[in-house]
Ligand binder design. Sequence first.
Ligand code: G6P
Ligand code: MG
Length: 220
Amino acid sequence: MIKACIFDLDGVIVDTARYHFLAWKRLAAELGIPFTEADNERLKGVSRLRSMEILLELGHITMARDEQERLANKKNGWFVEYVERMTPAEIFPGVPALLQDLRRRGQLIGLASSSKNAPRVIELLGLAQAFDAIVDGTMIVHTKPDPEIFLLAARTLNVAPHQCVVFEDAEAGVESALAAGMACIGIGSKEQLPLADRVLPATGAFDPAMLATLDVRQPR
Ligand code: G6P
Ligand code: MG
């Protein structure tokens, strides 16, 4: 039986994935690296510095670590500028109602985001009270696709991994959830997220009645 629903943030609760893309694209342009939305799929769900490495790989550029950190911080400055203008109106349609419905049904609700900005985004959206546990990029060593972040969320919620379902828009995030032994609902398209147990076009399209039909994985 599923006891906890664990949500990624960027691209699942709110379209901050778009802001990450715009900020990376701006940095890519400065570095003369062609960068498309398809390239951006590889950056979704992974840490800031891992994203920086992938961007440089795309441009066949090598660079000292401290310079990479400087540029990643520059990207973060732009991202934070976009984020600070956000309001609760930007939460994806149906998400607040879904979170309330899940809580009414007795589900525990977690947030597991690789983003170090996640607590600030949640605060700006007025969603802090909607989650029983929030795990962000400052609390983990290994970024998605490693299962660490979802296992930590399950531990914090005091549930076993096989009792959790994860909502994810990133390929790295789906891999992370499956490696943690959790069910996974992909948010996006089947082409982007072929490994997810189910794929929905939007988080708000999730019908909580579906919880009973999810195949619970074998405990690991
Ligand atoms: C999430 C996003 C990534 C982002 C990462 C780190 O996983 O999907 O696109 O790069 O968080 O975010 P941060 O806000 O810490 O740079
Ligand atoms: Mg995401």
